[in-house]
Design a protein around this ligand. Structure first.
Ligand code: 13P
Ligand code: SF4
Length: 304
């Protein structure tokens, strides 16, 4: 047995003893994805958290994702193998900054990307993920919306929903922001037949080069359904493992240097084992914040 096989077997035994479900984001390390019950994008994992019968949810991802699970499943114990795994984009807007911003636009509804803290969600009308942002904005029927914190996602949504004026907070994902159009053009040059899939957190000039702009799980579906045999994957490198499993025989390339989210990589298989054994890394959300954030998250989940 390899070290990973040994650890994976300990994790599965502990998960059974603890009545735990393991949710992992598509950017997690391959061995963490492989031990999980569900691997998915932010929206898919929120749905799994809301639907699970398990007593414990182990969230292998970043803090806002585990917090969203707790918001949707307050009676479950939600634990993170590595609580320090945050999202720098989520930290780019605070409740205080949001309150001041909203005050400049009285009556304008606020859409927040799930990549935000529970306190920020609690101050907003509706959440969205990369999988449903245009539908969420359309659902409001407003002429103008405030969109936080991702300016790149906001820019892409503005193109998809031209009838709505999007006022964007100027946050961004450092991992996606580092991907330049030049890097993507080099990959296209090297793989002329490949279909280009980009995450909407990429810069507008990178998004403009893509054949399809998709959430991570939408990329997985696209890789299976598309007749293309080669793909350029313009998002975090963890997704390539999930893609290779979902579409064996197809080939996946990335812009160089490969995009890495250091926070997503903080979770290791040993930490998954330790948190299941010790029940550490529990996520707590204050009840008043949770109720207010739940309203925004539930409105989103209802849209799909
Ligand atoms: P997805 O919801 O597309 O998986 O994206 C989450 C994320 O943090 C992307 O950087
Ligand atoms: Fe946050 Fe970017 Fe990492 Fe996603 S890839 S968790 S947006 S820092």
């Amino acid at each position: 047995m390899t070290e990973y096989e040994q650890l994976a077997s300990e994790v599965r035994d502990l998960a059974a003893q603890r009545d735990a479900v393991i949710l992992a984001h598509n950017y997690q390390r391959p061995e963490v994805q492989d031990v999980a019950d569900f691997v998915g994008d932010s929206l898919g994992l929120s749905r799994q958290a809301a639907a699970t019968d398990a007593a414990v949810i182990v969230f292998a991802g970043v803090h806002f994702m585990a917090e969203t699970a707790k918001i949707l499943a307050p009676d479950k114990r939600v634990i993170m193998p590595e609580k320090a795994a945050g999202c720098p984009m989520a930290d780019m807007i605070t409740p205080e900054k949001l309150i001041a911003w909203k005050a400049q636009f009285p009556g304008v509804p606020v859409v927040t990307y799930v990549n935000s803290s529970a306190e920020v969600k609690a101050l907003t009308d509706i959440c969205c993920t990369s999988a449903n942002a245009p539908a969420v904005v359309r659902s409001l029927g407003a002429e103008r919306v405030l969109f936080a914190p991702d300016r790149n996602l906001a820019d892409w949504v503005a193109g998809q929903v031209p009838e709505v004026e999007i006022v964007a907070w100027q946050g961004f994902c450092p991992t996606h922001e580092r991907i330049t159009a030049g890097m993507v053009l080099e990959a296209i040059d090297a793989h002329r037949e490949a279909e280009v899939m980009a995450h909407p957190e990429c810069r507008p000039e990178v998004v403009a080069l893509a054949d399809a702009v998709l959430s991570t799980s939408q990329m997985l579906r696209r890789a299976v359904e598309s007749p293309a045999l080669e793909f350029i994957v313009v998002t975090e490198c963890g997704l390539v493992h999930a893609l290779e499993k979902a579409a064996p025989g197809k080939r996946f390339f990335q812009p160089a240097p490969e995009p890495v989210c250091p926070n997503m990589k903080l979770t290791t298989l040993a930490k998954v084992r330790d948190c299941l054994r010790d029940l550490t890394g529990e996520i707590v959300v204050a009840q008043d914040v949770r109720i207010a954030a739940l309203a925004a998250v539930e409105r989103m989940v209802a849209i799909g």
